[in-house]
Structures are given as C-alpha cells and as structure tokens.
Design a protein around this ligand. Structure first.
Ligand SMILES: CC[C@H](C)[C@H](NC(=O)[C@H](C)NC(=O)[C@@H](CCSC)NC[C@@H](N)Cc1ccccc1)C(=O)O
Length: 331
C-alpha cells in the first residue's frame, strides 16, 4: 500500500497549521488546514467572489482537465468559532504528498465568512473527521482519508504538530522515530462524527486529579478548550489571572510564572509546557497574555486543539481494530 508525509506549517502564534495539497491536472497547489474536527474538503476557488478573496490561492476547475462538476450537489458548513462557508461540488484528483485519490470531492466555495476572507494564508480546509458529518446535500461525500484508507499500508494517519515550527502529518504508517516510550490507544466514540475519547485525569504542577472527561482531538482548533473545573484549578495557580469577557477568556500578566499542565489519556501522561499555555499577547499594550487553556463551556465536551496536540504524537487509527481508536505518545 501507499504512504505519505506532508508538513504542517504553523501560522503566527500557531493559530493554525497549513499543508500544501495539489488539486487537478496540471496540479494547482493550495495550502489547506488539515482539520480532524470537520469532514469537508473545501477550497477558495474561481467561484469565490473577488471581494471575499484577499491573497488566497484559488482552485480553478476550468483549468483542470480532470475536473468534473457534480451536478445538483451543494454544501454549507459552520464552525464553532462562528465562521462559515458554502458552495458547489467538483471531483478532481487530489495529491497529499505521495498519496493521491483520482476523484476526490472538492467543495468549491461560492461564499466564505469574513474570518476566512481575512486569513490570506488559508486556502481552505481538508476535513479528517468522520464522513458522517460531511455537509454535502443531497449526497454526503467521503473524506480524503476515507477514500485512500484501503490503499494505505495501515488505515491510519498521524499528527506531529510542533510549537512555532513545522511539524508533520503522515498517512498510512507510524514513524517510529517520531515518538518516545509506548503509544497508548484509547477507543474513539465517533457517533457525533468526531475523534472523541475519554481523558482519565489531569495534573497542574505536581497535583494530580483523577477527573474523567470526554474530548475530541481537533487539529483545526488552536487552543485546549477544557472543563471549567480544570480552568478554575489551573488559573488559581497563576498570579493575576482573570476571566476577561472583553478579551474573550482567561488572561494573565505576560510575565506571570505559570505551571505546566498534564493530561492523562490511557496509560500515557502528556505534559503541555507552560510556554505553550502563555499563548499570545491579549491586548495592544502587551501586558496581558491570553491562556492556551480555556473553558469548554456549553459545547458538551472538551476540545484538544493544537495547544494540547503539539505536546504529543497522535495516531488517528480508523481501521486496525474493529472500532476507531486514538493512539497517544510522548515525543
Ligand atoms: C457552530 C457549528 C457547530 C460547532 C457544528 N460545526 C462543527 O462542529 C464543525 C464541523 N467543527 C468545528 O466547528 C470545530 C469543532 C467544534 S466542536 C463542536 N472543529 C473544526 C474547526 N476548528 C475548523 C476551523 C478551522 C479554521 C477556522 C475555523 C474553523 C455544527 O455544524 O453544528
């Protein structure tokens, strides 16, 4: 079977990671946000109104000899941060490193919300959650990973995101050099279409708490959105920390001494270093900094976004065992 390796290049503050993908014939390269928290592959395109395009690369199906319009199909997606996009569907060849699929559904944007328009480096998303939450109607489409899975050496992909440095997404194999110790696997509940798992505890500094809580592994979310009790316990250890409604979350003095945060999943404990949690300056005068850990209130589960994932090597395994599973390792 095949396998492939592509870079995950961070934007400023590691707010998201972008990966070059080739679409069509001759290949058109777009930098996409590989997102394990959604299941649509959508791109800025020749059909995106020019007033909504600010520097993004655009896929033009009329310039690809292998593109085919999928008549009667439309898509419309909205995300937890309030952003959204919608449009129509083509099929075309998509290459992710050495892994290709000849007739991948490429969802062409005819409308994108302002936060996408203003993000000039992000040319679209490549969804890696489960196909059941793909938004194409009337016929739901399958993700790139679902489409190539049977050709991969192993039915899995892995994330090795890094802090302020390019990381790697691998497809079809586990790079034994990319992690230390053992990979601990936990079962995935994909009933809501996400890579949802149970964390079995956390620790702040050297105080550990055996709290069990459900969360999703979401490469497309920047921060670690965790239970309120975790936030209360963590920020009580940060002098000068406060919940700022105007700034949209917990902030603290940028020179505060903040603790590491450890989450336990399976037999493995992953420690997010304090430096990852001093996420970014929260205001112009640069005195208050925004926390990389924030509450998951009213979502119904936690979101292990990039702040949490970049401390780990993660295996998104959809088929080795009867049920999908997530493997976690230190690195
Ligand atoms: C408000 C929309 C809710 C959250 C829900 N949508 C979702 O769950 C979508 C699929 N996933 C997401 O909104 C989130 C997971 C939220 S858990 C409820 N992940 C993907 C997101 N970070 C992708 C992104 C990347 C860059 C810029 C913006 C957005 C729905 O459609 O009902």
């Amino acid at each position: 079977g095949t396998h492939g390796s592509v870079p995950a290049v961070p934007e400023k503050d590691d707010i998201q990671y972008l990966t070059p993908v080739q679409i069509g014939t001759p290949p058109q390269t777009l930098n996409l946000d590989f997102d394990s928290g959604s299941s649509d592959l959508w791109v800025f395109s020749s059909e995106t109104p020019s007033r909504q395009v600010n520097g993004q690369a655009q896929y033009d199906p009329t310039k690809s000899s292998t593109s085919k319009k999928v008549d009667g199909q439309t898509w419309s997606i909205s995300y937890g941060d309030g952003s959204a996009s919608s449009g129509v569907v083509f099929k075309d060849v998509v290459h992710v490193g050495d892994v290709s699929f000849p007739s991948q559904s490429v969802e062409v944007a005819q409308k994108v919300s302002s936060s996408f328009s203003s993000d000039e480096n992000n040319d679209g998303l490549l969804g890696l959650a489960f196909s059941k939450i793909n938004t194409v109607k009337p016929d739901r489409q399958t993700t790139f990973f679902d489409n190539v899975m049977s050709n991969l050496e192993k039915p899995l992909w892995t994330s090795d995101l890094k802090n302020d440095a390019p990381g790697t997404y691998n497809f079809g194999y586990i790079d034994e050099e990319a992690y230390t110790g053992e990979i601990s696997y936990v079962p995935v509940d994909n009933s809501q279409g996400f890579w949802s798992f149970e964390a079995s505890g956390y620790a702040i500094g050297n105080k550990s708490v055996p709290l069990k809580f459900q969360g999703i592994a979401d490469t497309g979310t920047s921060l670690a959105m965790l239970p309120q009790e975790v936030n209360t316990a963590y920020y009580s250890q940060v002098p000068g920390a406060s919940m700022s409604y105007s700034l949209g979350g917990y902030v603290f003095p940028c020179d505060a001494k903040i603790p590491d945060f450890t989450y336990k999943v399976g037999d493995v404990s992953i420690t997010i270093p304090a430096s990852f949690i001093n996420y970014a300056e929260a205001d112009e005068d640069g005195k208050k900094c925004f926390g990389g850990i924030q509450p998951d209130t009213d979502i119904g589960f936690s979101i292990f976004g990039d702040v949490a994932l970049k401390a780990a090597f993660v295996v998104f395994d959809a088929g080795t065992e009867s049920t999908p599973r997530l493997g976690w390792a230190n690195k």
